[in-house]
Design a protein around this ligand. Structure first.
Ligand code: SAM
Length: 218
């Protein structure tokens, strides 16, 4: 395993160069992708695929998002909210949470699948990351830990989940892919006291957000 580390470091550098070519310009985001060992969020037998620019199955019908998608959402966040408390909905492998942690955010993450929640907690522990996790329906947010300066939803929602809007701090941002199985529009909603401003970005393909304020089933 240890003999693979130089190879993974090289692959990570290539991934960062590709993200740069795709238009990711934030030095903080690129540095996070350089420092977080993406292969650690893959099962040992799948690590050869960790640096390919594609989503990859992580079990339970779920995926770790493509590096470009993670970088895109993280760039939307960092431009609007450079520091603070961030809630991630959809822990999955834990990679997006680790990227946010490495950038100095205080990270809270919720996952609805117990097996994924458990596996991510083992990886966080192995890497010594101080990320707060909860098993449950993240479409309801995490009220006790709110308000959040940013909320990133890493699954496709039919509409902005109302509890997530109310758990935003003033000037806080919700980043959420909105739409059905044909694709979802990346959407940023910024709270301005009692008003919410919406910005629309590119289309993506996410697994569905399943829950009370999401889709009823997969
Ligand atoms: N952020 C993840 C990563 O870095 O690996 C990728 C997330 S994957 C594309 C979407 C995740 O959202 C899945 O793990 C899925 O189980 C989870 N999910 C779907 N609905 C959810 C809900 N209501 N609450 C919490 N997690 C949910």
């Amino acid at each position: 395993m240890a003999e693979q580390e130089p190879l993974y470091a090289r692959r990570r550098e290539e991934m960062v160069e590709q993200l740069r070519r795709y238009g990711i310009t934030s030095a903080r985001v690129l540095e996070a992708f350089r420092s977080v060992e993406r292969h650690r969020f893959f099962a040992p037998g799948d690590r050869a695929y960790a640096y390919n620019d594609c989503a990859f199955p992580i079990g339970y019908g779920q995926t770790i998002s493509q590096p470009y998608t993670v970088a895109y959402m993280t760039s939307l966040l960092v431009e609007r909210c450079p520091v603070g408390r961030i809630l991630e909905v959809g822990t999955g492998s834990g990679y997006q949470a680790a990227i946010l942690d490495s950038m100095g955010y205080s990270v809270y993450t919720v996952e609805r699948v117990a097996g994924l929640c458990r596996r991510a907690s083992l990886v966080f522990r192995e890497l010594g990351l101080d990320i707060e996790q909860r098993l449950g329906d993240g479409s309801l947010g995490w009220e006790e830990k709110s308000p959040f300066d940013g909320i990133i939803v890493t699954a496709g929602a039919p509409r902005p989940p109302a509890p997530l809007l109310t758990q935003l701090a003033d000037s806080g941002v919700l980043i959420v892919p909105l739409g059905g199985s044909e694709g979802q529009r990346m959407t940023v909603i910024t709270r301005r006291k009692d008003r919410f401003e919406e910005e629309l970005f590119h289309m993506f393909a996410f697994v569905p957000l399943i829950g009370r304020e999401g889709w009823r089933k997969g």
